[in-house]
Design a protein around this ligand. Sequence first.
Ligand code: 4AD
Ligand code: MG
Length: 477
Amino acid sequence: MKSFSVKELLTTTPLLQEVVINGWVKTFRSNRFIALNDGSTLNNIQCVVDFEKFDENLLKQIATGAAIKVKGTLVESQGKGQNVEIQVDDITIHGSADPETYPIQPKKHSLEFLREKAHLRVRTNTFAAVMRVRSALSFAIHQYFQQNGFYYFHAPIITGSDAEGAGEMFRVTTLDEKNPPLTEAGDVDHKEDFFGKETNLTVSGQLEAEAYAMALGKVYTFGPTFRAENSNTSRHLAEFWMIEPEMAFYDLDANMDLAEDFIKKVIQYILDNCKEDLQFLEKRLLDEEKTKPQAERSEMALLEKLKFVVENNFKRVTYTEAIDILRNSKPNKKKKFKYPINEWGADLQSEHERFLVEKHFKCPVILFDYPAKIKAFYMRLNEDGKTVRAMDILFPGIGEIVGGSQREERLDVLKEKMAALGIDEEELWWYLDLRKFGTAVHSGFGLGFERLVLFATGMGNIRDVIPFPRTPQNAEF
Ligand code: 4AD
Ligand code: MG
């Protein structure tokens, strides 16, 4: 007898077919109705049991969370709520789940509670839906780049450089913690370390992607990224996934065009392919928002918000224009910002980004031409000598979702910049080589994958859109 997924049973399997189905029990009502789910879809298949035909001990084991195998016939449903159901002939218990101790009972659990049960939380409708959307988004991202002439490039995870110059790195070492070899000056001697130098987990694959773009033309990375920033916020992870396209011969305008088109296409993909899950997540969000004060509720429901992004142009604004808007804004004048905006050159905090997106422009915003002082060393200096060709994309509810730039391709300018920032030329000798041999205008950006998933699913905390989140003081599982 053929084994089917729940999705197949609900959509394509002919009636009166004899079927086998494996899954986990969601609920078992009245010793008669099993709602069975196997993860293939949000919906359950109803299995109807004639309890008189079955052993009482077996029926007892059919509780929420148990893994079972059901044999039966797919028939038109007699009851409401579903079109088809299985008339059960035979049940095998793979593994039972004790209702006294199984934490995922059919009732509402808080997201905080479920975070502590991260190995089981994907058995809830919410997390299963989020993770299916996450999977679909990854596929859409690869598909977008593969269809547009990009090559998938694997950046190293262990590196010797700090691409972002922020110094928020996890060290990688095999030296003896208690008794490390020391130099004459008394410092830890990394020459004796595994790689013969100090190394860390990558904060970005960009620098290496630049090397590859300068031969393959258009490349992208999609991999894990690590930042030891002690930010306990709903938008920061210590381990997250980043997508970093890098394109030879692209200037900043072409870079912005690509980023906008890319985001729209991957969101369109899930609108087309994840309808049920998104509808479920939209309803979840509406229910959650009912518990909030009116002022904090979002103006658009989830699907409307996703369609809005796909259908409208992102607003492109220079940093200088944004500062003017912020300086003259109500919250700034009324001293409502935690970090007041007084002068040009101030770094933008997430409260400012969200004001611009959510209150002022009410659409995704691309901010560009930032002050050189607040951006990384590799960004191309503008003619004014004080701004760089940087761009950040800001999203409602999220703040910064993309950070990118046109890269400094001029050897002399780059060297000056590095010297001013105290970056050792010897450490980045190979990066400078790229400017010595066949240098060219090039650009790229980084999209924080979990921030995209947050936006796409309407979840509120980044810890709830990655299977096993790594955050300060938390690396369980
Ligand atoms: O703006 P960032 O730091 O840019 C770079 O790393 C560049 N090298 C990218 C490039 O041009 N190739 O990071 C890019 C994006 C951010 O906009 C944000 O979405 C995400 O990565 N991000 C994080 N996501 C989750 N947790 C964190 N701690 C993050 N830090 C950055
Ligand atoms: Mg950034």
